[in-house]
Design a protein. Structure first.
Length: 357
């Protein structure tokens, strides 16, 4: 049986959407066409261009949806698969279903309510949502208010982008963190700076938002911008210890919601042969052993203690990084995840043929 998919998502190298699309296309029985969302909804860093984008957004979304409809009506896929879909509105999803297309969303973030009213409304219209978050399916109705079906297939690493077969040889940074700036991450980093003050620890930060706040950190820290593709892994491998934080404190419209328990870093760091300390969550404790693979922390003070402990233990770091690498490769790869997504799509198709039981 062949499954024909129209995939809508970002196309830049290193994006989770592109990795999922490429992995799905390699699976037996799958044929693929796509619409590159970022070709229609460009992202810019300067304030002026972001302002122009906000003005142009309604026309950009209209243009994106016209292209989706053109592909739907020309190629007649079995599945419209949208990866998150910042520019895909609820009306399009409803109309696609009315015209006989099965609709699936792969949702990679901590809350479907956190990215604007349009995405929030659209998320409830898909026939199936495949979330990367293990807490979404049980909370899908009670917390988020949706009645459609939600299942979980976790994040993963892209073997063509994040995988290194060998451990890094040269590590000129003691501690590295690569993540977009958040107030919670900022507080952790400042706490580490205080805890390790005077110990000569060289720290590197990468990601959007850090350079604008470089003056708040000690002189001598290396601060880079956002990194993508292989450059992201190459930079992380320079660190003897990588930090993997998660966004746990989520308040949307004054209401507290569950936050991340894992991120793509949870898998990418292991695949890149990095030794890393992960924020402790119940879910991550099911993925790695914290005494032999990935040490974990609850507070900045505990994290600083881990850094102090492991910096001088080169052999122990290498052994643990190798064990985490063996655990993640290939089980936590995006090709493995894509096979699971396809199983859920096949189940959706089966239910459509058989009808409700």
């Amino acid at each position: 049986m062949t499954t024909k998919i129209l995939f809508v998502g970002e196309t830049w190298r290193g994006s989770s959407a592109r990795s999922m699309r490429e992995a799905l296309e390699t699976l037996p029985g799958v044929t693929m066409d796509d619409v590159g969302e970022d070709h229609y909804l460009p992202k810019h860093r300067t304030r002026a261009l972001r302002g122009f984008n906000r003005l142009l957004r309604p026309w950009q979304v209209d243009d994106l949806e016209r292209e989706i409809w053109a592909k739907l009506r020309t190629s007649r896929p079995d599945i419209l698969l949208v990866y998150k879909g910042n520019g895909v509105r609820a009306d399009l999803v409803r109309q696609a279903k009315a015209e006989g297309f099965a609709t699936v969303n792969v949702f990679p973030d901590y809350s479907p309510h956190a990215f604007g009213a349009a995405l929030r409304a659209a998320m409830g219209e898909y026939d199936l949502v495949v979330s990367t978050k293990p807490f979404h399916p049980p909370a899908w109705q009670l917390t988020y208010g949706y009645t459609n079906r939600c299942v979980c297939v976790p994040h993963g690493y892209d073997p063509t982008v994040h995988y290194w077969a060998d451990a890094p040889l040269l590590q000129d940074l003691d501690v590295v963190l690569a993540a977009s700036w958040r107030p919670q991450y900022h507080a952790v980093v400042l706490s580490i700076a205080r805890e390790l003050s005077g110990k000569g620890v060289k720290i590197g930060l990468a990601g959007s938002g850090w350079r604008e706040r470089a003056g708040e950190f000690p002189v001598g820290w290396e601060i880079a911008g956002a990194l993508h593709g292989r450059a992201y892994g190459e930079w992380l491998r320079r660190g003897k210890i990588a930090i993997a934080p998660v966004h746990r404190d989520v308040v949307i419209d004054g209401v507290r919601q569950p936050g991340d328990e894992d991120t793509t870093r949870t898998y990418e760091l292991a695949a890149a042969h990095c030794f890393f300390a992960h924020r402790r969550t119940d879910y991550v404790k099911t993925l790695y052993d914290e005494s032999t693979e990935v040490p974990m922390w609850d507070s900045a003070e505990e994290l600083a203690g881990l850094i102090h402990h492991y910096l001088s233990r080169d052999r122990e770091r290498r052994v643990m990084a190798a064990a985490a690498h063996a655990r993640a490769v290939p089980a936590y790869s995006i090709p493995s995840r894509a096979a699971q997504v396809l199983q859920h799509i096949a189940e959706l198709q089966r239910r459509a043929v058989e009808g409700p039981r």
